[in-house]
Write a protein that binds this ligand. Structure first.
Ligand code: F6R
Length: 372
């Protein structure tokens, strides 16, 4: 990562102050983040036992993964991992309704950590009416109740965590269900998880709370972005999904605004927004989410980044973060994991509890009180 001095940064001491972190992090988001590799190990065991018990089924003609927020990202990641090899379309749906094409040959994976998200419950009912094959990934709630009453398989994941801190539990069973009926490459299917979890374990040691700011890139990126509006640019493919994940994590954990876009699309519209940005962008920071293979495998994408960086010039702060590892699974998970850590450290710099989500809770409770 390239780091510039940030005049808006507070005293960064909080990032290395374990007692201050303990007080701010009342519900243990950093514990959950540090323990993510272990969560992935547990999730792999849950997923393989679940998939081994699925009744035999015909190959679907499409897969639709439906969910919202932290429960949709597992779908996005699955679709990215499968993009190169899947022989049927994999669509992620974030709405009350499913696309019109769904029918008896569609596999619908309903993903809701709580099992009570109304859009997902509505999409589940839509799938049931359309005669789809349905599989649920949830910790319980109304989704598990309905599915069990309907005889649809439910992969039960442990309850009691924020959904966005349960990405292993949400992604890995979803991926395993998809891999049971859709072709996936060896470096992106469930068999790639072991090596990826080893890398994540090493990342957790390098990015965890005990590694001081001077040696910790996750703390450094949080500090570089403090007091600024981050714009996350994914440089292609899975980095586009991760730009949205980094944005969501900065929104939910750090309670900070953030924006995201992906190349090459950005080069066809948003690039022009930088014309007027000279004054607007004083408090913006651009973070490019990059993959080491870009330089050799997709040099035209690397060139696009180079040109875009010149267009942005000194109008905004610019940084680059890079995926680690060799397999697609390693690169995708390591780059996601860096953003998860950085967003939690950003919360501490903002003096907020990363777990609290008052605005989302208010919205859900107001909608639950509404009739119809
Ligand atoms: C909260 C979070 C949210 C939820 C979303 C849907 O940590 O990440 O984005 O994931 O509100 O709720 P669930 O996941 O329970 O279906």
């Amino acid at each position: 990562m390239s780091l510039h001095a940030n005049p808006l940064a507070p005293t960064p001491g909080v990032l290395d102050d374990l007692e201050a972190i303990r007080i701010l992090d009342r519900s243990g988001m950093l514990d959950l983040t540090e323990a993510f590799p272990q969560q992935c190990r547990d999730a792999a065991a849950i997923a393989s036992s679940f998939v081994s018990q699925l009744p035999p089924a015909a190959k679907p003609t499409q897969v639709v993964i439906t969910g919202l927020g932290g429960s949709a990202i597992g779908g996005d990641l699955t679709a990215s991992l499968a993009a190169a090899s899947a022989d049927v379309p994999i669509v992620v749906n974030r709405d009350y309704d499913l696309p019109g094409f769904v029918g008896p040959q569609t596999l619908v994976i309903a993903s809701s950590y709580s099992g009570n998200t109304e859009e997902t419950l509505s999409a589940y009912r839509h799938a049931r009416e359309a005669g789809c094959r349905i599989v649920c990934v949830t910790s319980g709630g109304e989704l598990a109740r309905m599915a069990e009453a309907d005889g649809a398989p439910v992969c039960r994941i442990p309850r009691g965590r924020p959904p966005r801190a349960s990405t292993g539990y949400l992604l890995i069973p979803t991926l395993a269900v998809v891999a049971s009926c859709v072709a996936l490459d060896a470096d992106s299917g469930p068999e790639a998880l072991g090596a990826a979890i080893e890398l994540l374990t090493d990342c957790s040691r390098r990015w965890g709370r005990h590694v001081p700011l001077a040696d910790n890139p996750a703390k450094q990126i949080a500090l570089a972005l403090h007091g600024r509006i981050p714009i996350f640019y994914g440089t292609q493919g899975y980095r586009g999904v991760l730009a949205v994940r980094w944005k969501g994590q900065f929104n939910e954990n750090a309670k900070s605004h953030a924006f995201a876009n992906v190349l090459p699309e950005q080069n066809h519209n948003e690039i022009l927004g930088w014309d007027q940005a000279r004054t607007q962008a004083q408090n913006w920071s651009v973070v490019f989410l990059r993959d080491p293979l870009e330089l050799t495998a997709t040099p035209r994408i690397a060139k696009r980044v180079e040109v875009l960086r010149t267009v942005i010039g000194n109008k905004a702060d610019q940084h680059e973060v890079w995926a680690e590892g060799t397999t697609l699974m390693q690169r995708l998970l390591s780059l996601m994991y860096l953003g998860d850590f950085a967003s939690v450290y950003a919360a501490f710099l903002n003096g907020v509890d990363p777990t609290a989500i008052a605005g989302i809770d208010l919205l859900k409770s107001e909608l639950a009180r509404m009739e119809g």
